[in-house]
Ligand binder design. Sequence first.
Ligand SMILES: Nc1ncnc2c1ncn2[C@@H]1O[C@H](COP(=O)(O)OP(=O)(O)OP(=O)(O)O)[C@@H](O)[C@H]1O
Ligand SMILES: [Mg+2]
Length: 350
Amino acid sequence: MECRYNEVTTTHAQPPAVFSPDTLTSNAAKYLTSKKLDNSSNALSKIDGAFVGTSPRPSKTALMVTPGRFSPASSLFICGMEESKKQTHCLVCPITGSRLPEIRLQDIIFTKVDTRAEEYKCLGTGVTSAVFEGQVVINNCGLKSVAVKLFKQPFDNLEGISAEAGLLKMLEQTGITPKLFGILQRTSEGNQPGIVQELIQSSITLHQLIVGTPFITKQKWYNIAYQLAFGLKSINEQGVLINDLKSDNILVNISTDDCRLTFIDMGHASYMHGKRFPMTTEQASICRHLAPEIANGEETSESSEVFALGVIFKDIPLEELSFISHKCLSKIPLLRPSVYDILNFVEEIM
Ligand SMILES: Nc1ncnc2c1ncn2[C@@H]1O[C@H](COP(=O)(O)OP(=O)(O)OP(=O)(O)O)[C@@H](O)[C@H]1O
Ligand SMILES: [Mg+2]
């Protein structure tokens, strides 16, 4: 079944994770070009765990991948920068208008799974991408640990990727999203496009924490609930709607006392307006984080973000959250609390 997440209010349509028709392991290899993932070899490399399933998870399964295609929208290369040693072009975010640095593939050292094998450490996979750990040389700043999000077809459109990167850059000031280092420079060899962002160390997804075994104290769950409400408030206050808020897209650093959260994945986000995601009833039933009005063709809004937050709150093992989560999940958007009400509520129960 060909299912697409058609976004009708802007030109930056991206299919959603869950509706992708190409999530099978058997199709995985064709999405990534691993040629010269680092500069050490011309041979095809193995990508560790790329696209093994639909839900993001680290994996130790290696796949042999074959070269893919990279078709940039040439109009995006609009800032003629001086021919410098590091950069010949930069991209501009179609949403924020900000300049996005390009990072050369050869400046990235992808982390290998072991020293001998040509297998690279995959931090997680989603439907649109696989994310790899590495280090990058940043001008005058030395080496930085990075997470490189490599996109697969049909999600590898530069316009959408530049939009995601630009929003990440804009959200840096909130302190709850990964820093943006840049976009992978395309090469004549046709590497797949990617976003180079701050590596969130020692993290697991909130989904993994909710369903998994790591035990954390009640106090830490309160901290998580607080950071969720605070983070959503901070992002919405910047004019950004995440439009895909779910526990898979939240990273938790469980090694810190406060279980520090990071909101990742702005792949469906919008700026200063909502988006429509037309879908069938069957598709809507898979997306439990999407508010009912969105499934009915309305635009996303701060209220649909609150609905998504309510879904996460429902999954968090704190009884005290059930009252507010129930309110967030109201079918009528106007009956949902604001993110400010939610933040006050969480502060009171902490
Ligand atoms: N900055 C980061 N630091 C560490 N791990 C990360 C980072 N960004 C992403 N990951 C890992 O990669 C996974 C996939 O990332 P992301 O959600 O951005 O990709 P996606 O393909 O858009 O996923 P989805 O299918 O949910 O839309 C995450 O769940 C997480 O495990
Ligand atoms: Mg994701």
